[in-house]
Design a protein around this ligand. Structure first.
Ligand SMILES: Nc1ncnc2c1ncn2[C@@H]1O[C@H](COP(=O)(O)OP(=O)(O)OP(=O)(O)O)[C@@H](O)[C@H]1O
Ligand SMILES: [Mg+2]
Length: 353
């Protein structure tokens, strides 16, 4: 009978990582302090992806506050218009005016449709699909993050509701893990997830979900007149919304390092007390936004790509993220696990019956 008990991570990162794959160099005990307390919370298997010929082209998403032309015009020229206000009405002096409707924002209507077949073809989690290994793996990541968030809340309050997903180098699986984590988190009863694309140079969240990019975080950082909430795109996955990266700017790091970032994050969190922000970010060792965002995050999920991330890169990345005390490591794209035990094998067996 196979072992169906979820495996508890044990030992230090270096001990566990060395068990699974070779960092390519000898471990030096004198430097283990750097990452001693940062355990690998979960291993994510490499999921085969189907050829994408049948996958539909990304559909444009429309935030209801924007006019049709805003999306048909070249992106640079897309105008930002004030949300339409109700026309002024006159009331007889003796009659109190009825309370005004709040300004129209994006959180109305059904939300952008995310193609479930496309999610499956890309090896991503499909909401409502039968439970399998990938679902279980992200459940483990999620539980760990939610548990730590409770601890962080005691000392850091609302900051506990902000999670940064990053990695040392390109292609480690940041967006893959951020999207899957967001879908998994959105299935929680008490959580509203806002997945924020903070990879300004190579935004990929909207495309990964089959949606077109639109106004987003950088636009709101650059122009204080833009209401960040009006850039939020609701989806047809319950409790999952998205915030695109916005228009590219050469000063993205400076904008991100400005005080406005704190204000925007505070506004996003204040808009919904159940909201959890998940930031997808560029590689820590290739661009600075991730280390800047770490100063705002309650937790960092640092993706380590099996057989790719070197020990040196991992140490350097951890050092860059010192703005956040709570760094959790995920070993991604594991194709071999010693002992052959996997989360989700229980469900696989059930399916086979
Ligand atoms: N566990 C996994 N199983 C299967 N495919 C994966 C896995 N993790 C990542 N990938 C694939 O690897 C590729 C790179 O992943 P992804 O784009 O998420 O990396 P990234 O770190 O966000 O890259 P970038 O630094 O360019 O933003 C994608 O095609 C993704 O689907
Ligand atoms: Mg990415």
């Amino acid at each position: 009978m196979s072992d169906t008990t979820p495996r508890k991570p044990s030992g230090s990162l270096l001990e566990r990582a060395a068990e699974v794959y070779d960092f390519g160099m000898n471990l030096r005990p004198a430097r283990q302090d750097d990452v001693r307390d940062r355990d690998i919370v979960q291993e994510i298997r490499e999921v085969p992806q189907e050829p994408l010929e049948d996958v539909q082209e990304p559909r444009p998403i429309r935030a209801p506050f924007l006019e049709e032309e805003a999306f048909s015009a070249p992106y640079e020229e897309a105008p930002y218009e004030e949300a339409p206000q109700p026309p002024a009405q006159e009331f007889p002096l003796e009659e109190a005016p009825p309370p005004l409707e709040p300004p129209t924002r994006t959180m109305r209507g059904a939300g952008a449709t995310i193609d479930r077949a496309m999610l499956a073809a890309k090896g991503l989690l499909v909401p409502g699909a039968p439970i399998g290994a990938l679902v279980e793996e992200f459940r483990q990541v999620k539980r760990q993050l939610l548990q730590t968030a409770r601890v962080v809340r005691k000392s850091d309050g609302d900051r506990s509701r902000t999670i940064l997903v990053c990695s040392a180098k390109p292609n480690d699986g940041k967006t893959y893990c951020a999207v899957n984590l967001a879908i998994s988190m959105a299935a929680e009863r008490e959580v509203e997830v806002l997945l924020v694309d903070a990879d300004f140079a190579k935004p990929d969240v909207m495309n990964r979900l089959g949606l077109k990019d639109g106004p987003g975080l950088l636009d709101a950082l650059a122009d204080p007149r833009i209401d960040i909430e009006a850039c939020v795109v609701r989806t047809d996955i319950p409790q999952l919304s998205l915030l695109p990266a916005g228009k590219k700017s050469n000063t993205d790091t400076e904008l991100l390092a400005s005080r406005r970032t704190s204000e925007i994050i505070a506004d996003l969190l204040a808009a919904d007390p159940k909201r959890l922000l998940i930031f997808d970010s560029p590689p820590v060792l290739a661009a600075s936004p991730a280390s800047v965002l770490a100063n705002h995050a309650g937790q960092v999920l640092l993706i380590v790509r099996a057989d790719c991330t070197s020990e040196g890169d991992l140490r350097d990345a951890v050092a860059q993220l010192d703005g956040c005390e709570h760094i959790q490591l995920v070993l991604n794209a594991v194709s071999f696990v010693p002992g052959g035990r996997r989360f989700g094998s229980y469900y696989d067996q059930e399916d086979a019956k």
